[in-house]
Design a protein around this ligand. Sequence first.
Ligand SMILES: CC(C)(COP(=O)(O)OP(=O)(O)OC[C@H]1O[C@@H](n2cnc3c(N)ncnc32)[C@H](O)[C@@H]1OP(=O)(O)O)[C@@H](O)C(=O)NCCC(=O)NCCS
Length: 182
Amino acid sequence: MIYGKRVRLRGVEKTDVPKFYEWINDPEVIENLAMYLPMSMSDEEKWFEGVGSRDQHEKPLAIEVKEGKGWKLIGNCGFFNIEWTHRVGELGIMIGDKTVWNKGYGTETMELLLKHGFETLNLHRIFLRVYSTNPRAIRAYEKARFVHEGTMREAVYKNGKYADIHFMSVLRSEWNARSEGK
Ligand SMILES: CC(C)(COP(=O)(O)OP(=O)(O)OC[C@H]1O[C@@H](n2cnc3c(N)ncnc32)[C@H](O)[C@@H]1OP(=O)(O)O)[C@@H](O)C(=O)NCCC(=O)NCCS
């Protein structure tokens, strides 16, 4: 498991599926995600079955926070589209438990994933895409020191409107400078 100060990341279990099903059908949670159609429990179960055959580096991770003496599941995250020749990886995150939004968990999760991506997977560039309609996410990524690098204009149609998709990234050199306290 990957441990942070308040957050830990672990492999996804079958028992997580009902929570994921609840979250990916919550319009507020998926407002700024690529998914837009209702998902059935069997869709979600098929997704979970597919996890087993994914590249080990791209398996989704459950996000948990301390609650009493145990841990509480609040969302999931992970790397995908890793290109090993270029050592580039893309990140995604969904905190589905809305009661814990704006408490810094998203920022801490992204920092943990950056550490994992650079110091364990040995990536060179880690990037993400975020909709212009998602200021909470943009702010969390800025706090984790992702750099704005470009925009695909009117690239997504959601809720009757087009929105831009921003690209944000961190390079290994920036991570190294950060680790050296520069
Ligand atoms: C986006 C997400 C990962 C952020 O995680 P989080 O734990 O809620 O975020 P954090 O608390 O770390 O940071 C949020 C920051 O945005 C700020 N914020 C919240 N709403 C905002 C708004 N409407 N405008 C500007 N800033 C806003 C918060 O105040 C906080 O900044 P601060 O610490 O300077 O006060 C999480 O809310 C989530 O998963 N949402 C649903 C799915 C999603 O959108 N995923 C991302 C797809 S790219």
